[in-house]
Design a protein around this ligand. Structure first.
Ligand code: F6R
Length: 247
């Protein structure tokens, strides 16, 4: 694992955008695995700015997202499909036909998970998988569990995840209880993983990711087994690592 220390959220976002933009410049038809949430917002903003200046071309890029809430329509303003359009896709020249996200409205879990795994497979290798991290170490919506999920699956969200994500909803009761998520095997198959973390609430999860025992109870620890992982964490997110004298 390579760790880049960032000063703050802005610095983290800029560093992450630099790595993604380099990837797209070197390989214009890259397959990008993308994430939603607060962590990547600044990264997307920076990439949009560079696109507008003419520095990056997304016309041949394919994008496959990690997850989607079950029960939400792609046009609902809380859905991850909507988030991606609003925060990224609508501002760059990616072909929307080359963007993929689980269908939150599909009731048949088996059918949807199979469909999404087939899409991921048909795209070939994901060149770069961008990840945020949950306070409990979840990646995608792979929540703490007793085993690692392999492929796309339907997850019952943990109370702490529902609480953390309630800030995007009018009321905590409106946060969906289930989500479709890529599995750990899908994530581990990416050629390169780029994990970004900002803020004190992520400090313990970052410490566990870097130094914890590898275990499904802290899903991000599996990344220690991937041969090409970059972590960009800001000062607050590295505070536990520092307290323990490891930096
Ligand atoms: C989102 C996702 C989640 C988030 C994580 C952190 O697509 O897969 O794992 O990355 O919940 O969320 P934020 O960035 O909002 O703190």
């Amino acid at each position: 694992m390579i760790l880049y220390q960032a000063k703050d959220y802005k610095d983290m976002s800029r560093k992450a955008a630099n790595i993604i933009s380099a990837r797209v410049i070197l390989k214009p038809n890259s397959v990008l695995g993308l994430a939603t949430g607060s962590s990547p917002e600044g990264t997307y903003k920076q990439l949009i700015e560079w696109y507008q200046k003419g520095d990056i071309d997304f016309s041949s890029v394919k994008a496959v997202n990690l997850d989607e809430y079950k029960g939400l329509d792609k046009d609902s303003d809380q859905s991850y499909a909507y988030f991606m359009r609003k925060n990224f896709f609508d501002h760059i020249n990616i072909d929307l036909n080359n963007t993929y996200i689980p269908n939150g409205l599909e009731e048949d879990e088996e059918k949807e998970c199979k469909r999404y795994d087939e899409i991921i497979e048909s795209l070939g290798e994901v060149d770069l998988q961008l990840l945020g991290i949950g306070t409990n170490g979840h990646i995608g919506f792979n929540e703490p569990d007793t085993c690692f999920a392999k492929g796309t699956h339907c997850v019952k969200l943990k109370e702490e995840t529902i609480r953390a994500n309630a800030r995007f909803f009018e009321d905590e009761n409106l946060v969906p209880k289930y989500a479709y998520s890529m599995g750990i095997k899908n994530i581990m198959n990416a050629k390169q993983v780029l994990l970004i973390a900002s803020g004190k609430s992520k400090a313990n999860a970052v410490y566990e990711t870097l130094y914890g025992d590898i275990r499904p109870e802290v899903p991000s620890t599996i990344l220690q087994l991937h041969k090409n992982v970059i972590i960009i964490a800001d000062e607050e997110a590295l505070s536990v690592v520092k307290e323990k004298g490891l930096l």
